[in-house]
Design a protein around this ligand. Structure first.
Ligand code: S3P
Length: 170
């Protein structure tokens, strides 16, 4: 098994920011699965969804997962919200689920200075009823695949990262 730390959870929960804080605290590098896909395809995620569809995007996530399994170790991986569905998830490393209620995620997103861009770049966050259904549907699935769950609502990224580092040591 690759010795990575994978942060999973719903869109906007703070996986990227927590991954960067965790990388800083542990001296690891961090990669983001959406960034890997964008660099591989030279397309934005929004464009992939619009032009090639979600099913194709999920295939690209699987390709990114296969690459991570064979080439990346000792790294903090910030995973897109649906990345946990790849078939080799458990072989990539320790899986940490960042959990917060959906209302808190959306409220925190809206407070950010570039809130509009952050919402717009996420195709599955355009329709809030659909996002709510997806959140409810995914919650048990995140929990099933995770080795560890962290409650992140209202917390600083550095504090969340410190808890992850502490619990992984123990
Ligand atoms: C998705 C989450 C997004 C991105 C894509 C699909 C999802 O990543 O991978 O828009 O299925 O939840 P973030 O969780 O980083 O927003």
């Amino acid at each position: 098994m690759a010795d990575n730390i994978l942060l999973i959870g719903f869109m906007g929960v703070g996986k990227g920011r927590t991954a960067r804080a965790l990388a800083e605290q542990t001296g690891r590098f961090t990669v983001d699965t959406d960034d890997l896909i964008e660099s591989m395809t030279k397309m934005k995620i929004r464009q992939i969804f619009a032009e090639q569809g979600e099913a194709h995007f999920r295939q690209l996530e699987q390709r990114a997962a296969d690459w991570l399994e064979h080439h990346v170790s000792g790294t903090v991986v910030s995973a897109g919200g649906g990345f946990f569905m790849v078939k080799n998830m458990q072989r990539l490393g320790k899986v940490v689920f960042l959990h917060s209620p959906l209302e808190a995620i959306l409220a925190a997103l809206r407070r950010q200075p570039d809130a509009e861009a952050k919402m717009k770049k996420r195709p599955l966050l355009q329709d809030l009823d659909q996002a709510e259904r997806l959140f409810t549907e995914r919650l048990p699935l995140y929990r099933r695949v995770a080795d560890m769950e962290i409650a992140v609502q209202g917390r600083e990224n550095a504090d969340i990262a410190a808890e992850i580092a502490f619990r992984l040591r123990g």
